[in-house]
Design a protein around this ligand. Structure first.
Ligand SMILES: Cc1ncc(COP(=O)(O)O)c(C=O)c1O
Length: 385
């Protein structure tokens, strides 16, 4: 049997492998604090849970349109207007099983032989994997500690060639927790004005977890990008709905039908129960979202302070999401070795920086989606590595 070359090119997300390893250690009776996986540690808000249950009882059991039910796409449009004062036609909104399909579809539509796609390094590992799968050449854009893990525009511009078809930007960023403010986004858009044929995929999945009262500088507001902007968004992080598998994306008119065809071919339609729950999330009370953000900010302050008190590491201050990305080079270990020791000897699950690209060898990602008590214990354990 011959396995397709494309499949061999696929990579994975090691956070899931680390989760499996940590779960196995726990089942063997070990005490493991899991700071590996990127999902909020809060339950889905009650009103959203109830809407899911009601959807089942109301008889919503069948297929829906492949792009999602119209009331949900309209609610996304209304939310975009509320957040950014931009009018978006619900016919440009696609509802998908989580945010990940947007990475898949934009890579398939704009990738392929001969095209180059620029992606952040360190960055969410699925970007590189899907770019390679599509046959395109992945061009890593290094985000460095000296730049606070923000995009260095000169570096970005130098990577652009006549073959660049797509640039992927993720703000706030996984795995570093870095956050670029409006001024920086303005500068990026100004630079992109020189390259009108290049598409942009803006991964804004952490748009509601931003600290110090900063506003989300979405790319959605720029009129000059509207024919070449794809936005990845969803319910997973904002509403603690990772397991419901629900995301939305915005597509330029000329790409929408391609993305929608991929939906029909891939999954027919998003889960109908999740769609009704997602509708309640957007239409119902949002106080939980604000409460969760505040809690993450409290933890960020705690973790940032505690990590910088340790002799063996230093940590840049995150501006959003729920990750810290300490530099552990003073320990003399690579991030991979450090994460191995942390899990096997200290009972703390972390993800090595190299799981997010080749540039972050001396870093580990710590997800602070865990209780203060566990965070305190975990950092105490890490101090002795
Ligand atoms: C930056 C980024 N984009 C996309 C996703 C995918 O989200 P979902 O679980 O909704 O597919 C994640 C999930 O961790 C992420 O961190």
């Amino acid at each position: 049997m011959k396995v397709s070359k494309k499949i061999i090119n696929l990579e994975t997300e090691s956070a899931f492998a680390i989760l499996a390893k940590a779960t196995k250690l726990v089942s063997e009776g070990k005490n493991v604090i899991n700071l590996g996986i990127g999902q909020p540690d809060f339950p889905t808000p009650k009103n959203i849970q109830e809407a899911g249950i009601k959807a089942i009882k109301d008889g919503h059991h069948g297929y829906t349109p492949s792009n999602g039910i119209l009331p949900l796409r309209e609610a996304v449009s209304e939310q975009i207007y509320y957040d950014y004062k931009v009018n978006i036609n619900p016919e440009q909104i696609l509802i998908t099983p989580g945010g990940k399909p947007t990475i898949f579809y934009s890579s398939l539509i704009l990738g392929g032989e001969g095209n180059e796609i620029i992606y952040p390094d360190p960055g969410f590992p699925i970007y590189r994997s899907m770019i390679k799968f599509s046959g395109a050449k992945g061009i890593p854009l290094e985000l460095s500690e000296e730049d606070n893990f923000e995009i260095n525009i000169n570096k970005l511009e130098k990577l652009i060639t006549k073959n660049t078809s797509l640039i992927i930007i993720n703000n706030p960023n996984n795995p570093t927790g870095s956050f670029m403010k409006r001024e920086k986004i303005d500068e990026i858009v100004k630079m992109l004005d020189k390259y009108p044929d290049i598409y942009l995929m803006s991964d804004e999945i952490y748009s509601k977890i931003i600290f110090n009262d900063h506003e989300m500088p979405s790319f959605l507001i720029y009129e000059n990008l509207k024919d070449r902007l794809i936005v990845l968004e969803g319910w997973s992080k904002t509403f603690c709905m990772t397991g419901w598998r629900l995301g939305w994306s915005l597509w330029p008119k000329k790409l929408y039908q391609h993305a929608n065809k991929l939906c029909v071919n891939d999954h027919s339609c998003p889960n109908v129960i999740a769609q009704y729950a997602g509708l309640e999330a957007l239409k119902g009370p949002k106080d939980e979202v604000e409460k969760i953000k505040k809690e993450f900010e409290k933890r960020k302050n705690f973790v940032h302070k505690k990590l910088n008190e340790l002799e063996n590491m230093s940590c840049f201050e995150p501006g959003g999401a729920f990750y810290a990305f300490p530099n552990i080079s003073k320990t003399g270990h690579t991030g991979q070795k450090f994460a191995d020791i942390a899990l096997e000897e200290k009972g703390v699950a972390l993800v090595p920086g190299t799981s997010f690209g080749d540039s972050a060898k001396s870093f580990v990602r710590l997800s602070y989606a865990n209780s203060m008590e566990n965070l305190d214990k975990a950092i105490y354990r890490l101090a002795s590595i």
